[in-house]
Design a protein around this ligand. Structure first.
Ligand SMILES: N[C@@H](CCC(=O)N[C@@H](CS)C(=O)NCC(=O)O)C(=O)O
Length: 216
């Protein structure tokens, strides 16, 4: 069978979620490091976003489609529950993470750190952070409650919804203002500690994180 390639920078939370999934499923893959809007990515994603995937003649973009392809094409455990209601609850949380959590926590807030690190600046855009944190605070309370009961988003075990949320929460714990929100969210902090202990999460954890770059 052709080699599966997952293409994208390891720091991307969507690339990380995809790699967590492949690792949990036990599917071998080559991780090809490429940034958004580079030729190998633009050849597959019409808007140049990562991750993208290549498997023989098959190319795909968008993490959820890539994960679905891998899940349907390879043997191995799925991160989707068999129970129909639990399965759609996983889809519901993936959608919330992608359409509500990621845009504010990562694209708006954490991006202030990413942009500063890329520009070689020691300090992130303070106005952007000050505007964003008050809007994140109620969302932290909601996500704290969401994982309070079982330590997972759905049911009592790790699902694809957790593969999507874990990288984001990891980044939130790594920079000061969101780490302060994490300190006020004990269930979310315990959730992070639990998921970070998983071998699939450890094996795929990116190096060269922006908060480390900015401390240099
Ligand atoms: N819905 C996409 C989101 C992918 C995404 O936003 N990736 C980011 C990196 S984490 C990216 O490529 N950003 C570049 C851009 O938006 O132009 C997916 O699930 O794959």
């Amino acid at each position: 069978m052709a080699e599966l390639q997952i293409i994208g920078g390891p720091q991307s939370n969507f690339v990380w979620a995809t790699r967590i999934f492949c690792t949990e499923k036990g599917v071998p893959y080559q991780h090809v490091v490429a940034l958004p809007h580079t030729p190998e990515v633009d050849a597959i994603h019409p808007f140049g976003k990562i991750p993208v995937m290549r498997h023989g003649d098959v190319t795909l973009c968008e993490s959820r489609a890539i994960i679905s392809y891998v899940d349907r094409s390879f043997e191995g455990p799925s991160l989707m529950p068999r129970d129909p209601l639990a399965a759609v609850q996983v889809e519901q949380w993936i959608s919330i993470v992608c359409t509500t959590i990621d845009p504010l926590w990562i694209r708006q807030y954490y991006a202030a750190y990413v942009l500063a690190a890329r520009a070689g600046q020691r300090d992130p855009d303070r106005a952007r952070i000050n505007e964003t944190i008050p809007r994140m605070e109620p969302q932290f309370a909601i996500m704290d409650r969401a994982v309070a009961k079982t330590g997972y988003l759905v049911g009592e075990s790790f699902t694809l919804a957790d593969a999507y949320l874990t990288p984001i929460v990891f980044y939130m714990n790594s920079v000061p203002e969101s780490a302060a929100l994490m300190a006020k969210s004990p269930h979310l902090k315990a959730y992070l500690d639990r998921q970070m202990a998983r071998p699939s999460v450890q094996q795929t954890k990116p190096q060269n994180l922006v908060h480390e770059m900015m401390r240099r």
